[in-house]
Design a protein around this ligand. Sequence first.
Ligand SMILES: Nc1nc2c(c(=O)[nH]1)N[C@H]1C(S)=C(S)[C@@H](COP(=O)(O)O)O[C@H]1N2
Ligand SMILES: [Mo]
Length: 252
Amino acid sequence: MKTITRRKLIAGGAAATVGVAGLEAADRIAKRYGLIPPDGGGVYGPGETLTYACQRILTTHTPAREFPRSMISKKPFANAIAPPTAAFKKLEAGGFSDWRLVVDGTVAHPLALSIGDLKALPVHNQITEIACEEGWSYVAEWIGTPLSGVLREAGVLPQTRYIVYYAFEKGLWESIDMADAFDPHTLLTMGMNDGDLPVPFGGPLRLRLPRQLGYKSLKFLTHITATDDIRKFGSGKGSVDPDYGYSWYAGI
Ligand SMILES: Nc1nc2c(c(=O)[nH]1)N[C@H]1C(S)=C(S)[C@@H](COP(=O)(O)O)O[C@H]1N2
Ligand SMILES: [Mo]
């Protein structure tokens, strides 16, 4: 039910934007330029491909919408609380000083960065909206450092096509293409609304990605792997989402 609603929303949005002729053109361009998402196979594959190709062709260079400070939500809604595991609680009790973000895969220099290391990198603030596929959203200020800077520091290799990223929860992972990975709004987020990122919102570290639906903004980020072959991960569809009927690409 939820799945169908979102598919209609995304596919309908793309169709309304470019029209049927545009979808046919996008289909041809998608094939020519290989703009086929990892979940481009199967029953819903053509729809996923068209959505992804339309977004990449039409809006790759459109920045995320930013909001004035006056529009920051008074009561942001935390959809999920921290994983209540003993291991997480232990890290939290230590002020997250032992938290590490591991960066590996197709990089010249693998990294293991502490929250302190990340806070020492250039700071970027943005006031953007996070929207859940279930229909609610809120606006907040997110404070962090662009993912692109860390990827450059790690020396991401030219054959890299996707950035895979993992949450503290077992089995929860996502991936994005290089257009999103190098988007200046894609932020390794350590702060929210003038303070440290609270645990219910994904503290100590969250990947914020305002050009895609909320489920791509993974909380409790622990690990980033650059790859040239997404088929090596999970069931090969780019994230756990397609296994549950959700789109890998959730552009908004
Ligand atoms: N680690 C982790 N990240 C997650 C989730 C989660 O359950 N665990 N839920 C996702 C979903 S479905 C949404 S809509 C947003 C919700 O963000 P919020 O709690 O700040 O509202 O977080 C996303 N990131
Ligand atoms: Mo969500």
